[in-house]
Design a protein around this ligand. Structure first.
Ligand code: F6P
Length: 343
């Protein structure tokens, strides 16, 4: 009797980590193993293909990982597919039926450049929630929870000392984390990259509405007087600039303008390394399961997207456009305004 060729599927995580990556791995692996498919974990994104660093994914290996942040496979936001020929050679050695890759546009673009070779299912990922093809990415809810909790707690210290506390959230192009966390914590002001911010106007608002203990949530990509705050430059990264420092500038300037003492807190990678919320765990497990189901059906070269409350397959190219930023008319902006939060 002729035996069907057994499937061997690779799983890879690329770009910056996001809470829920491990749940994607667990969800996809469980479905594939149940269907008697061999599952291979590729370590450190594309580096694992170049350097042939892979591990078998078994039930034991993925058991319980859905509750942990990070990724058991490792990731990098530095290495892309620079050497196509070497990539081709190394990928072929892995003898994979296809690849499930959780990543952002950089990961998808890289893999699409070798489309004739790699059968791909893309799972969108970023805490920033700004990928163009999807209305929501896993990890975002967890990041928002971290920031909202910090704002709520820092309100106490701001009140105790009658200070302004400026909290800096991630979000280089889009202010989704700052906006959603600012609303959830009812921060006094929210500063996002999409809306030009005048600190003179904000200081005027603070002076006109005196209050003890003010908290402000600012996205790292917020532009003050049209200027971004670059913390460091990383030469071999698709995004060369790392942002940081806007909160310190805002705090110092507001102190000058209002006469109220001000401090700043940069939450940084805490937002990425907090354990995924229950919502993110469930969302990521579903992304993993749906990716594996597409692979089993042979529906390769697609990406998943969350739209109108459901995870659906879509074109990988949907992720190649500009980041999904917040429009001035977005209902969340209106909600913040209705709550009298300065934005
Ligand atoms: O894209 C996600 C993100 O978290 C950005 O908000 C942030 O600017 C960047 O990654 C930080 O990346 P790194 O891990 O290189 O510091």
């Amino acid at each position: 009797m002729k035996r069907e060729k057994l499937m061997r599927v690779g799983i890879l995580t690329g770009g910056g980590d996001a809470p829920g990556l491990n749940a994607v791995i667990a969800g996809a692996t469980s479905v594939l193993l149940k269907a008697k498919v061999e599952v291979i974990g590729i370590l450190d994104g594309f580096a694992g293909i170049y350097d042939e660093q892979v591990i078998p994914l078994t039930y034991e290996r993925v058991q319980g990982i859905h509750t942990r942040s990070g990724t058991i496979l490792g990731s990098t936001n530095k290495r892309g597919i620079e050497d196509l020929e070497l990539f081709r050679k190394q990928y072929q050695r892995l003898n994979l039926s296809g690849l499930i890759a959780a990543g952002g546009d950089g990961t998808f673009k890289g893999l699409s450049s070798v489309k004739d070779l790699v059968k791909l299912i893309g799972v969108p990922k970023t805490i920033d929630n700004d990928l163009p093809g999807t209305e929501l990415t896993f990890g975002h809810d967890s990041a928002v929870s971290v920031v909202a909790q910090a704002l709520i707690e820092l309100k106490e210290s701001a009140y105790a000392h009658n200070r302004i506390m400026v909290v800096e959230a991630m979000g280089r192009t889009a202010g989704w984390i700052a906006l959603n966390a600012g609303i959830a914590a009812m921060a006094d002001a929210i500063i996002i990259p999409e809306k030009e911010c005048s600190l003179e106007k904000l200081a005027g608002h603070i002076k006109a509405n005196p209050k003890r203990g003010i908290v402000i949530c600012a996205a790292e990509g917020a532009k003050i007087d049209g200027q971004n705050f670059i913390q460091k430059t990383i030469a071999n990264s698709p995004e060369t600039h790392r942002l940081g420092g806007v909160s310190e500038y805002i705090a110092n300037r507001l102190e000058e303008l209002t006469g109220i003492e001000a401090r700043h807190v940069i939450l940084g990678h805490l937002q990425r390394s907090h354990a995924p919320t229950a919502f993110d765990r469930s969302l990521s497990l579903e992304f993993g399961v749906k990716a594996a189901q597409l692979a089993l059906k042979g529906n390769w070269n697609q990406a998943l997207a969350y739209r109108a409350g459901a995870i659906i397959p879509t074109q990988i190219e949907d992720y190649f456009g500009s980041p999904r930023v917040i429009s001035g008319q977005h209902p969340k902006i209106q909600l913040a305004q209705s709550l009298n939060l300065w934005i």
